[in-house]
Design a protein around this ligand. Structure first.
Ligand SMILES: *Cc1c(COP(=O)(O)O)cnc(C)c1O
Length: 362
């Protein structure tokens, strides 16, 4: 009944937008973690690579393995893994933040390529600056032994979405110093990477040659980069009825009709990722107008106000889209749910089939 229509041409457009915005020679890593923000990792990965991305990035070992199982052969980088998972990560580049992790990688005979992570201010993983020299020296030793290759040095921005890039520039400076120290230890990292989607737009970073683009692939546009939303979430009216003034709607009757009203049932709910907290503000798009959600959003369904319109079962309902026809956008849903679009995308349930198209259909 519900479906998430993924516009692959938007993802292509977004990849190319980033390629134009970064320095010549800087490669794009398509970050397809969390099933590509709910869009379907393998399909998005293929599309992004086809549009010019050269790397795939994931947060977890299992996600990297799924991409390999789907037949993707591009370089993959993962930054979170359990020691016991390393055995499966042959042919996947892994992040290393300290000597203990380095030793785990060395003990895993299949894993070769590592990217050393320096904490430049995010304080969410990475080597502390005071342990960096020890880490780079240990890595250089093991590289000379032939057991690993340090392919990259990297870090992560904490304020990438701020148009004033002074915080990001400070982080870039620290990373550049870290790279110099790594070279002094004898390493020759091929890649230096720092920026996420927002940072790739706000921070001018000629010192880097790889950008890790996640949210931007899906048109989450934190910096006004001209990205296109990648998903339209659709449902259909399941039932329609006329109720009298003074009637309560949905659990606990938190909404009571002020007048006689036509109400329509939309069969999608919080089990599908529709945030329950958005009720009260949320609306959906049907018959060319926005129909407010009435009362509580339940697990599988909610009710909307069709006013006096004679809507009929089977009529399409847009939960969110690119806003081009007046429908709500995912940014609006995020606001109604007091969150960010990322969380809405990631919460989209397994019950909602994803359908892929190549052009925005309105
Ligand atoms: C999620 C993530 C990214 C992508 O960030 P976006 O803001 O979604 O582009 C890049 N690097 C790391 C380490 C991440 O966790």
């Amino acid at each position: 009944m519900a479906e998430a229509v993924v516009d692959l041409s938007a993802i292509r457009h977004n990849v190319r937008t980033f390629q134009r915005r970064v320095h010549t020679g800087t490669e794009v890593m398509a970050v397809v973690k969390a099933d590509a923000f709910g869009h379907g990792a393998a399909r998005v990965a293929r599309t992004a690579l086809d549009a010019g991305a050269t790397w795939l990035g994931v947060a977890r070992a299992g996600e990297a393995m799924q991409l390999r199982a789907a037949g993707l052969t591009a370089p993959i980088f993962t930054w979170l893994y359990d020691e016991t998972e390393l055995i499966w990560l042959a042919d996947v580049d892994v992040s290393v933040s300290n000597v203990a992790e380095l030793n785990h990688v060395i003990a895993a005979p299949n894993v070769r390529n590592v990217h050393l992570k320096l904490d430049t201010g995010m304080h969410r993983g990475g080597s502390t600056p005071d342990q960096w020299i020890e880490l780079t020296r240990a890595a250089a030793y093991h590289e000379a032994q032939g057991s690993i290759a340090v392919r990259g040095v990297w870090s992560h921005l904490s304020h990438g979405d701020e148009l004033d890039a002074s915080h990001s520039r400070r982080q870039l400076q620290l990373l550049t110093t870290g790279v110099a120290l790594a070279k002094r230890a004898g390493l020759t990292p091929q890649y230096v990477h720092l920026a996420n989607s927002a940072g790739a737009i706000t921070l001018d970073a000629p010192e880097c040659n790889l950008a890790r683009i996640g949210a931007g692939l899906f048109g989450i546009d934190e910096t006004g980069a001209g990205l296109r939303p990648s998903m339209k979430l659709m449902s259909k009216v399941a039932q329609v009825r006329r109720i009298k003034a003074g009637e309560g709607v949905s659990y606990s009757h938190t909404y009571v009709t002020p007048r006689d009203t036509t109400i329509a049932l939309v069969p999608i709910g919080y089990a599908d990722g529709i945030p329950r907290i958005a009720a009260g503000q949320a609306s959906v798009f049907c018959r060319g107008i926005r129909m407010p959600v009435l009362g509580r959003i339940t697990m599988d369904q909610f009710v909307v106000d069709a006013g006096d319109l004679a809507v009929e079962p089977g009529e399409p309902v847009t939960i969110f889209g690119d806003g081009g026809s007046g429908e709500p956008t995912i940014a609006e849903w995020a606001e109604w749910a007091q969150t960010i679009p990322h969380e809405i995308y990631c919460g989209l349930g397994a019950r909602v089939p994803r359908r892929y198209i190549e052009e925005a259909q309105r």
